[in-house]
Design a protein. Structure first.
Length: 502
């Protein structure tokens, strides 16, 4: 690879490897989306948890039970999103990964029991696992990755959602004709593999250097950074990166003495919280939760034949999109992708709702609906599904990163049994999200987390983020002088990092 030294390539592959391991924790979200969509259309599943509908001659899940399943899942996702912040801030990212895996394993096992009460309990555990996932994975990737890889690495979150969703849809396609409970139990067994692998590898995973510095564990932070970058990393680059991390975290401590949830709503951190909240809630507001969680069932209710196969194709569109986004995010940037993505998704929702309502029971209308939803799925994954998660990791201040992401992720999933009319709800919301994104979301492509801190502290306007020249000066304070303690001696000298075993 021209222009990239062997040492840099080895270092990059090392950090990518660690981040791929972390990504296994995000599979709970993807598998739940892919499997649940198919479960609701499985006769074996509906026979265990539903009733026999004489009008259609099939077993079906009552609307009340469907609402209970989605309500329990969403409720516990919100609970997890709020409690994950303090856990991540106090105990670190690795502890969060362990909790996520254990909770997810419990949830999958309980859902195999053919009793509706057990399924509700299992959904509650899965909601906790899904809620924890983003709160621990995204901060870790943002804090562990070098600036030139951060965008592509944080896309792992969407990658580890889309791939399991696709696999889940394929497994459902292969088992839905089984008449016994194995039709849904086999897919649930598949969900156990990823968290078990992550738990077996967690010991060798380095902790986030930025979290360790925030916790005052400087020596451990240096060792962790060295392990992430590897012995082939350039000594000077490591020294500079570590020094910048310490300087800006110390500057934050001088400006703010606390790191509570209320601090997320004060001063420049309020602006950060607003941007992060739009990034997280916008994903749900455009309607992706409805389509990802209920696509197979939705296709059946509107008369699409072979709904399971169509769902596989839909998820394949997302897989292609996430692979393309690894490259696009570093060339196009976060802001343009999110602005135009929201607009296109809003138009898709409007279009399929209008055509389907004007021409019900039409083969042509059904084909157009499938096209619109596939375009929506591709656009969402290529734009918001990738870029918004990157912003979630980049925008918050270091001391408030876990708590800000917790607030942002507490976004409601609101939809009803309205058939194709849901497009009339999510369509205009998508247009509103388009406008809000243009107004408040800045461009952070190519910026270090410390440069982003500097721009927020200096109150740089949204549309000037792309061209602003960072100087290391915050409100008249030279950040390079922060490491001087009260006695005038260096608080921390980072001139040597031992190349020990890594």
């Amino acid at each position: 690879m021209r222009g990239i030294s062997k040492e840099r390539l080895r270092s990059d592959l090392r950090v990518i490897g660690y981040c791929l391991i972390v990504g296994l924790g995000a599979t709970a979200f993807g598998f739940d989306q892919g499997l649940t969509s198919g479960f609701l259309a499985m006769q074996a599943y509906n026979r265990s948890f539903g009733y026999y509908n004489e009008a259609i001659g099939k077993y079906a899940m009552t609307a009340g039970r469907q609402t209970s399943l989605s309500g329990v899942l969403t409720g516990f996702i919100l609970i997890a999103a709020m409690v994950a912040g303090p856990i991540g801030s106090k105990f670190g990212r690795k502890a969060g990964f362990i909790i996520t895996c254990i909770v997810g394993l419990i949830g999958s096992c309980i859902q195999m029991i053919p009793h509706f009460a057990a399924t509700l309990v299992g959904k509650a555990f899965m909601g906790l696992a899904i809620g924890f996932t983003g709160q621990f994975c995204i901060p870790y990737w943002s804090e562990a990755a070098p600036v030139y890889l951060r965008g592509s690495i944080v896309i792992f979150y969407q990658f580890f959602i889309n791939i399991p969703t696709f696999i889940g849809a394929c497994v459902d396609q292969g088992t839905y004709k089984i008449s016994s409970n194995l039709a849904y139990q086999i897919p649930l067994i598949c969900t156990l593999l990823a968290p078990l692998v992550l738990l077996s590898l967690i010991y060798w995973l380095p902790e986030s250097p930025r979290w360790l510095v925030t916790a005052g564990r400087i020596d451990e932070a240096k060792a962790s950074l060295m392990k992430l970058r590897g012995q082939h990393a350039q000594r000077e680059e490591l020294d500079n990166e570590m020094k910048n991390i310490v300087n800006f975290i110390e500057l934050e401590k001088q400006y703010e003495t606390s790191a509570s949830y209320m601090d997320c709503l004060r001063g420049t951190d309020l602006r950060r919280t607003m941007i992060a909240t739009l990034s997280a809630s916008g994903q749900q507001l455009v309607g992706v939760a409805f389509l990802s969680g209920y696509s197979t069932y939705f296709f059946q209710t509107v008369g699409v034949s072979n709904a399971f196969l169509v769902t596989v194709i839909l998820n394949m569109c997302s897989v292609v999109a996430v692979l393309l986004s690894f490259v696009a995010i570093n060339y196009i940037g976060r802001r343009p992708l999110m602005i135009w993505g929201a607009g296109i998704m809003g138009v898709c929702m409007f279009s399929f709702a209008a055509v389907a309502e004007a021409h019900p029971n039409s083969t042509a209308a059904a084909s157009f609906l499938i096209f619109c939803i596939c375009l929506f799925s591709f656009t969402y994954t290529f734009t918001w599904g990738s870029a918004s998660n990157i912003l979630l990791g980049e925008i918050p201040a270091n001391r408030l990163r876990s708590k800000t992401i917790s607030i942002a992720a507490s976004a409601s999933w609101i939809y009803a049994d309205m058939g194709t009319k849901v497009g009339f709800i999510f369509g205009p919301i998508g247009i509103v999200v388009f406008i809000l994104t243009w107004w408040i979301v800045p461009e952070t492509k190519g910026r270090t987390l410390e440069e982003i801190d500097e721009m927020f502290m200096n109150r740089v306007p949204t549309r000037q983020f792309k061209t602003y020249v960072c100087t290391g000066n915050v409100n008249g304070i030279d950040v390079n002088t922060i490491t001087e303690n009260q006695k005038g001696q260096p608080m921390l000298e980072i001139t040597h990092i031992e190349k020990g075993r890594s």
